[in-house]
Write a protein that binds this ligand. Structure first.
Ligand code: CU
Length: 254
């Protein structure tokens, strides 16, 4: 049978099901590659069956306004772009010691917070403990990133576009507020969490976290440095749990 011989895998079969045996086209290299890829990703399938997904919406509060942009005395005058839209963060506390262990900074993915348009981008970042973050300057003038937060204190000093600074490793869970010593209006927040299951929402509050171990978990919804809310979920293997917590600020008892 020509059909059975073409390529293996469910993708290839579903794509050729509409053809009669006589008008079946020869498989293209691209089709073969797709089928091979589908056949060699059992890990993703296994993960989907053994873990769960949390998806939904949470509230997003307006961000506390930063001080107004001053005349910083730059010549020519700097062009300050609008700050990013406000977002929230969601994370799921892990009861598993291995999942909640800090990442090894040597192998952890490096996060990035740019200074661009005289704003931090992103303005809100969530990372797992142990994650290094780099702070590249993408503007044409000096920035000087620093934090006085107990969770992570550092001061990168003044540097220009293209000048490298070492990554900062965020090695303790907690909240870090970032500032620029040159531009008083620039603000950003980093949330460091002891869990691999976290998300930063879209500006409309939507989010999705996958790969979560089944069980009963506490979900933390971070809305501002002074406002976070907890919820409990029961998640089964293979389940996608849909939640709507968009109004939880108005109804805190809900
Ligand atoms: Cu700056």
């Amino acid at each position: 049978m020509r059909v059975a011989k073409v390529v293996g895998g469910p993708l290839a079969l579903s794509m050729i099901v509409g053809f009669g045996a006589d008008d079946l086209p020869a498989p293209t290299p691209q089709l073969t590659a797709q089928a091979a890829a589908a056949a060699t990703t059992p890990t993703a399938t296994t993960l989907a069956l053994t873990t769960g997904t949390l998806r939904g919406r949470v509230a997003v509060l307006p961000r506390k306004p930063a001080p107004p942009t001053k005349d910083y005395g730059a010549k020519p005058a700097i062009k300050v772009e609008p700050a990013e839209s406000a977002t929230s963060c969601v994370w799921i506390s892990s009861a598993s010691a291995s999942a909640s262990a800090p990442l090894d900074p040597a192998t952890a993915p490096v996060a990035r917070i740019e200074q661009q348009g005289f704003q931090f981008r992103p303005a809100l970042t969530i990372v797992q403990t142990g994650t290094p973050i780099v702070f590249p300057n993408e503007d044409t003038m000096y920035h000087s990133v620093f934090s006085y937060s107990d969770t992570k204190r550092f001061d990168l000093g003044r540097y220009l576009k293209g000048e490298e600074r070492d990554a900062i490793v965020f090695d303790k869970p907690g909240l870090v507020q970032l500032f620029c010593e040159v531009h008083e209006h620039m603000r950003a927040t980093v949330i460091v969490v002891d869990t691999p299951w976290f998300a930063r929402t879209q500006p409309d509050g939507s989010f999705e976290i996958s790969g979560i171990a089944p069980g009963t978990h506490t979900v933390t919804i971070w809305l501002s440095p002074k406002k976070q809310v907890e919820r409990s979920i029961d998640l089964a293997a293979g389940q996608t749990l849909e939640v709507d917590w968009a109004t939880l600020v108005e109804n805190p008892s809900k």
